[in-house]
Design a protein around this ligand. Structure first.
Ligand code: GLU
Length: 612
């Protein structure tokens, strides 16, 4: 979590840092701060958002051509001014920003306290900056050496940038676990957690590898080394994203913009990977490892949050179409329960950012035991993409809204292709049936577009239920993971308690909750099991619950029973989630806005969870 940005060069650093922090704010927004080095080392930091920091800095002197900035997602210590980054060392000579967790901070802190260090904050980060200071006291130890030695003593995950008073010629950046990218300009350098603060200045970037650090010099050159002190050759890449993709483009919120981008995003995810008229599907990674995948004992899916919901959906799709056994794992649990996994297994790891710490840990364990890793992520060059043997990018474009929307639908698009491709290779799906589905898949972006036109109707429904305290979401088959995802969206951004359930499970417990105050969102597009869903609607109505049903266009039976029906374009049952998720995203968006919530930056959350 958290956003890091740093600059060294010929321009004023402060405006670059502030703008960068605004772009990175989706990663954390408990507090923000900058440190500027211009003879003096000045730190300005404030609890709250980047705007609060700007107001606090006001007209103070911000002239400096180097500086570091941070937007925090607190792990150690409450979000207050003092715990905000940057943190200064005890002498005030070093300033450091940090993304991640120093797991052994307590023992390090005790030792430093024994040596006379006093601490201002409750953070693990302040321990690191003082550890570096302590090491630097030794004769002949330069800042970069002290950083390297300190990082070798540290257990945990981090991306850091450090600068030193009196050394206006260099910044030191390092990473393990958390992402960091260096932008290379003309006699200037940028460092950031992702490329969004860099893109408007340069397209040339280097992604720092895990356990690598960089010494970045004002004179226009930089060196990379491993934490083992071995120099490495930087691989300079060209950024492909454009500025427009990371701005709101006329929408009030990133979340809404990203919901509306789904027709394009899903089309991009499918592009070049299938052709209905040609009757083929080609996910490069599946082609490359086809034999291994087809012969696998089972597919293990590891993911968290929304990505876990796409994983669950993939279980339905792959088992149905490709007749392979699939197990879906919460990545956060996986490595702590001694799972049975070996070289016959294939793990599909799903993560929007490609940096999710829990998913990376699950991958590491499965890889150690010989499994093939297939990564599905959105961010190009991310850690998961790099540690996987094979994989597919979702091509959703940058997702800034903390509540994931287009990442979900593009993941589902990829996983659908995967199920179909494996099914075709195994011969478990007849060619004619495959073609039908592919033709329909090509229509999906247009059907999502049509569904978006229901926005006004959904806004009206949102007005009716905005004050509800609980919601239930029900779905069967492939619509069950959609129900989970719909409930998660509502919880995340409106803070209304919501539960997703398989519709038939309702009678085994949650039905006790239903009364006239309980809105129940029922996904009722499934052509198979339709009658059973009708019965579920009846069961809710018999207990006076309020039913909001998502039905296929033209549905009559449920229309006569439900309090509200949202009619979406009909499609193949297995493709329905790509359509049925859209009204649920819009419903949660409108309810959250009506309740005055900040949908792009919901409380306590952050976009990519790069801590365990
Ligand atoms: N562990 C540090 C803190 O709590 C950094 C958290 C972050 O990544 O924002 O301040």
């Amino acid at each position: 979590m958290c956003g890091i940005v740093a600059y060294i060069g010929t321009r004023e650093a402060y405006p670059i840092l502030i703008k960068g922090l605004q772009r990175l704010e989706y990663r954390g927004y408990d507090s923000a701060g900058v440190a500027l080095l211009n003879g003096d080392l000045n730190v300005y930091k404030k609890a709250g958002k980047v705007v609060d920091l700007e107001a606090y800095v006001g007209a103070q002197d911000t002239h400096a051509t180097m500086g570091i900035g941070h937007t925090r997602w607190a792990t150690h210590g409450v979000p207050n001014d003092c715990n905000a980054h940057p943190h200064l060392s005890y002498s005030g000579n070093l300033a450091l920003i940090h993304n991640g967790i120093i797991e052994n901070y307590e023992s390090l802190k005790t030792e430093l306290q024994r040596r006379g260090y006093l601490f201002q904050s409750d953070t693990d980060t302040e321990v690191l900056v003082n550890l570096i200071e302590e090491i630097k006291k030794q004769e002949g130890v330069e800042l970069e050496d002290a950083v390297r030695i300190a990082l070798n003593e540290v257990v945990g995950a981090y991306a850091i940038v450090v600068m030193e008073k009196g050394k206006e010629d260099k910044l030191i950046a390092a990473r393990k676990g958390s992402p960091l990218v260096i932008g290379i300009g003309e006699n200037e350098f940028f460092v950031a957690s992702d490329a969004s603060p860099i893109i408007e200045f340069t397209k040339n970037v280097v992604y720092l590898e895990d356990q690598e650090y960089a010494v970045i010099n004002r004179d226009g050159h930089f060196t990379l080394k491993t934490l083992g002190n071995v120099e490495t050759t930087p691989s300079i890449q060209k950024l492909e994203m454009n500025l427009e993709a990371i701005e709101k483009g006329g929408f009030d919120h990133f979340m809404l913009k990203e919901i509306y981008e789904q027709p394009r995003a899903v089309a991009d995810a499918l592009r070049g990977r299938m052709s209905a008229s040609g009757g083929w599907i080609k996910l490069g990674g599946v082609v490359e490892y086809e034999k291994r995948i087809l012969n696998a004992d089972r597919l293990l899916i590891a993911a968290c949050g929304t990505s876990w919901h796409s994983g669950l959906l993939a279980e339905y799709l792959i088992e149905d179409v490709a007749r392979m056994s699939v197990e879906v794992e919460y990545a956060s649990e996986f490595r702590y329960r001694n799972p049975v996994v070996d070289h016959e297994d294939v793990m599909i790891a799903i993560s929007q950012s490609g940096e999710t710490a829990d998913t990376l840990a699950a991958i590491e364990l499965a890889k150690e035991r010989g499994a093939l890793i297939y990564g599905i992520c959105n961010v190009i060059g991310s850690s998961i993409a790099r540690v996987s043997h094979a994989g597919s990018y979702t091509h959703a474009g940058p997702e800034i809204g903390v509540a994931s929307t287009k990442a979900f639908s593009t993941q589902v698009a990829i996983l659908t292709l995967m199920a179909l491709q494996i099914g075709e290779a195994k011969g478990t799906i007849p060619t004619s049936r495959l073609r039908e589905i592919l033709f329909e898949l090509e229509n999906i972006p247009a059907k999502i577009e049509e569904t978006l036109k229901l926005n006004d109707q959904i806004l009206e429904i949102a007005k009716t239920y905005k004050d509800a305290t609980n919601f239930l979401y029900l779905g069967r088959g492939v619509n069950f993971p959609v129900a989970l995802e719909g409930a998660l969206k509502l919880k995340e951004i409106s803070y209304i308690h919501a539960e997703g359930y398989p519709a038939a499970e309702m009678k085994h417990g949650p039905i006790a909750l239903i009364d006239e105050n309980m809105p129940v969102v029922i996904l009722a597009t499934n052509r198979s099991a339709y009658e059973k869903i009708v019965s579920n609607v009846q069961e809710v109505k018999a207990r006076k619950g309020k039913v909001i049903a998502i039905v296929n266009k033209g549905d009559r039976q449920i229309k006569g029973l439900a309090d509200h029906v949202i009619e979406v374009p009909e499609t193949e049952d297995i493709l329905a989630p790509l359509v049925t998720i859209v009204p649920l995203q819009l419903l949660s968006y409108h309810i959250a806005i009506l309740r005055g919530c900040n949908v792009d930056q919901p409380r306590n959350l952050a976009k990519s969870v790069t801590v365990e």
